[in-house]
Design a protein around this ligand. Structure first.
Ligand SMILES: NC(=O)c1ccc[n+]([C@@H]2O[C@H](COP(=O)([O-])OP(=O)(O)OC[C@H]3O[C@@H](n4cnc5c(N)ncnc54)[C@H](O)[C@@H]3O)[C@@H](O)[C@H]2O)c1
Length: 240
C-alpha cells in the first residue's frame, strides 16, 4: 500500500512495486479519475490495483481505508507512507492553520496509517514500513519550518518504531529524497530552480525513477538488515 500514490514519487513507487510482482493499494486524497494513470500502469504489469480515496490525516477515513484494503487483499506486506504536502512561509508569518495541516498530513498521517496496518503485520510476524521523509528534515531550510519539523519527526518516529517492532518481523525505515520536480514543487520560482541547480553537486534535479529503487530495496529481502535507517537518494545535496 502506497499513500499519496496518485502522483510523483508515490506513483513511481506503486509502479516499481508492481514491476517487482506486487499487487498495489493506491491511496490518495484525489478523486479516482486522477489516479487512473497509475492504476492503469500497475494493471498493465499484470498486477491487481485497488484505489482508495482517503485523507491520511483523518482518523476515521484511515480506519475505513485499512478495512477496504484488507478486505481486498487479505493483508498488507509493505506500507509506504508517502503522502505529503509542502508550503512555504517564514515562521514569523506562518498561519497556524498552515502549520497544523502540514504536520497533520506529513506526520499524523504517517502515524495513523502505520497504526492502522501495523497490527496485521505483527500478527503475521512480517512487514515493511517505509516512510518518505525529506532531506529538509535532516538539514532544515528557510521558509519551511513546518515541513522540516514534520519530516524530522517522521525520521524520529521511524527510529522509535523500528526499535519497537524489528524483533517481531516488521522493519521500519525512511527515505529522505533530494529535490525532484514533482507537482509538490510546482510553486517554486524559476529563480529558486536556478539557484538550487547551481548548488546541487550533480547539477540536476532527481528523476522519480532515481528515488523508487530505494523503496524497492527497503521492501525486498535484500533490505533485511536495514532497521530504523534514513536512506538518502539526494544527488549529494546532503552528505551526513
Ligand atoms: N518532490 C521532492 O522534491 C521531494 C523531496 C523530498 C521528499 N519529498 C516527499 O515525497 C513525498 C511525495 O511527494 P511528491 O514530490 O511525489 O509530491 P506530489 O505532490 O507529486 O505527490 C503527493 C501526493 O500526496 C497526495 N496527498 C496530499 N495530501 C494527502 C492527504 N492528506 N491524504 C492522502 N494523500 C494526500 C497528493 O494528492 C499527491 O498525489 C512527500 O512526502 C514529500 O514530502 C518530495
Amino acid at each position: 500500500m502506497v499513500t499519496g500514490a496518485a502522483s510523483g514519487i508515490g506513483a513511481g513507487i506503486a509502479v516499481a512495486f508492481a514491476r517487482e510482482g506486487a499487487d498495489v493499494a493506491v491511496v490518495d486524497l484525489v478523486p479516482a479519475e486522477q489516479a487512473a494513470p497509475v492504476l492503469a500502469a500497475v494493471e498493465e504489469l499484470g498486477r491487481r490495483c485497488v484505489y482508495v480515496q482517503a485523507d491520511v490525516a483523518d482518523e476515521a477515513a484511515v480506519r475505513a481505508m485499512a478495512e477496504h484494503v484488507l478486505a481486498a487483499f487479505g493483508h498488507v506486506d509493505v506500507l509506504v507512507n508517502n503522502a505529503g504536502i509542502f508550503t512555504q512561509s517564514l515562521l514569523e508569518d506562518m498561519a497556524v492553520a498552515d502549520w497544523d495541516r502540514v504536520l497533520a498530513v506529513n506526520l499524523r498521517g504517517t502515524f495513523l496509517c502505520t497504526q492502522a496496518l501495523l497490527g496485521q503485520m505483527l500478527e503475521r510476524g512480517y512487514g515493511r514500513i517505509i516512510n518518505v521523509a525529506s532531506q529538509l528534515g535532516q538539514v532544515g531550510g528557510t521558509e519551511v519550518a513546518h515541513y522540516c519539523a514534520s519530516k524530522a519527526a517522521v525520521i524520529g518516529l521511524t527510529k522509535a518504531l523500528a526499535r519497537e517492532v524489528c524483533r517481531r518481523g516488521v522493519l521500519v525505515n525512511a527515505i529522505a529524497p533530494g529535490p525532484v520536480l514533482t507537482p509538490l514543487l510546482a510553486g517554486e520560482t524559476e529563480q529558486w530552480r536556478t539557484a538550487k541547480l547551481a548548488e546541487l553537486p550533480l547539477g540536476r534535479f532527481a528523476e522519480v525513477s532515481e528515488i523508487t529503487p530505494t523503496a524497492v530495496l527497503l521492501a525486498s529481502e535484500d533490505g533485511s538488515y536495514y532497521v530504523g535507517q534514513t536512506l538518502g537518494p539526494n544527488g549529494g545535496d546532503v552528505m551526513l
